[in-house]
Write a protein that binds this ligand. Structure first.
Ligand code: HSE
Length: 379
């Protein structure tokens, strides 16, 4: 396999290193922004040197971001080159376009590292789907937010201090919004649900509420009632579509999710025949992510294709199709909240079962009146 590697950052450098160990993989050219003496003649600074090279059969994209990654992946697929990417933003936003282009050109598109970093989640989800009807996917798919929720629960620390620690450790970005507001996990859920249900979901249709406003007092309140709070993604098959959403969730101590430490992920699928299967591991990092990129390349060599099928179709996101109780803390009184309140804890109220879409729409609106409000589903 002759590889053109787009990107030589944290993951790209890891891919280069791991590929040197495997004689079946020849990284012929690497697109770099600056001089990279360690790459010798492989370093190129013009992407055309890779996209126009007919000896390169596989393009590995680890640049991140939507543009120019999308355009360059399109160019590679249109030229009949297989593409392996770790880029969840581009796969989630352009799943429909990229899978169609791959089909048209008889090229493969693989993205195992885009969801769960080093966890072989998407490959096994695809295997489950071959023999079973998948009814649900989701779980802890963002390591930064799990690190924050875990530290708050174990150390009793408050959100700002733990976020700062996550930034010092390099888990959270300087601008942590994508992680703590749920955008990152929503992209991973979109890709997982598309593969699980043969769907073409739009990520912007999936309601999401993040952990930005959780407090140490909330966490103490949850603990007093036997719960741990995690940012969870969930997508369930419904009669006519997919009930997909991202929200903080209170899971009972003793449930597998409650025990997930630090920046680990725990991603699950449920099948009609298989029941629940869960995958635990590092959802980010140089070598875990690079290993899954290299695994995708090796799978191409043994004849594996993309995960998607030609039968994928647009499906409605029906977050109102599922309902459960919620913890709600807000300083701004609201008549609807009062009408669904069933109980009171120290800091907030507990509702009866409320449709998820309805609650997350209400929470988004309530944030305009009370920016500090917080909601969490109770499983
Ligand atoms: N920011 C992501 C996380 C990195 O914390 O899980 C991997 O996608």
């Amino acid at each position: 396999m002759n590889i053109g590697l787009l990107g030589f950052g944290v993951v790209g450098g890891g891919v280069w290193e791991l590929a040197q160990e495997n004689r079946a993989l020849n990284v012929k050219k690497v697109l770099v922004r600056r001089e990279a003496p360690s790459l010798g003649k492989a370093a190129v600074q013009d992407v055309e040197a890779i996209l126009r090279d007919t000896e390169i059969d596989t393009v590995v994209e680890v640049l991140g971001g939507l543009h120019p990654a999308y355009e360059w992946i399109c160019r590679a697929l249109a030229a009949g080159k297989d593409v392996v990417t770790a880029n969840k933003a581009v796969i989630s936003a352009y799943y429909r376009e990229l899978t169609a282009l791959a089909h048209e050109n008889g090229a493969a598109l693989r993205c195992t590292a885009a969801v769960g970093g080093g966890i072989p989640w998407l490959v096994n989800l695809q295997r489950c789907r071959r023999v079973d009807t998948v009814t649900e996917v989701g779980g802890i798919m963002n390591g930064t937010t799990n690190f924050i929720m875990d530290a708050m629960a174990r150390q009793g620390a408050d959100f700002p201090a733990v976020l700062q620690r996550a930034q010092e450790l390099g888990y959270a970005e300087a601008d942590p919004s994508a992680d703590i507001d749920g955008d990152d996990i929503r992209r991973k859920l979109t890709i997982s649900a598309n593969i699980a249900f043969d769907a073409l979901l739009r990520e912007e249709d999936i309601p999401a509420f993040g952990i930005r406003t959780v407090t140490g007092a909330d966490v103490a309140d949850f603990r007093a009632h036997g719960f741990t709070c995690k940012l969870l993604a969930c997508a369930q098959r419904t009669e006519t579509g997919v009930a997909a959403y991202v929200e903080p969730a209170l899971v009972a101590e003793g449930e597998p999710e409650a025990a997930v430490p630090g920046n680990y992920n725990l991603i699950s699928c449920t099948g009609e025949l298989l029941g629940r299967q869960s995958y635990f591991g590092q959802g980010a990092g140089r070598y875990p992510t690079a290993a899954n990129v290299v695994q995708d390349c090796l799978d191409l060599l043994t004849g594996e294709d993309g995960f998607y099928t030609e039968t994928a179709r647009p499906m409605a996101v029906e977050a109102d199709a599922v309902a459960h109780p919620y913890y709600v803390r807000t300083q701004a009184a609201d008549p609807w909240l009062k009408s669904v309140t069933a109980d009171r804890w120290a800091g907030g109220v507990i509702t009866g079962a409320v449709p998820v879409g309805q609650m997350l729409r209400w929470a988004a609106a309530q944030r305009q009146r009370d920016p500090g409000c917080f909601v969490a589903g109770i499983r």
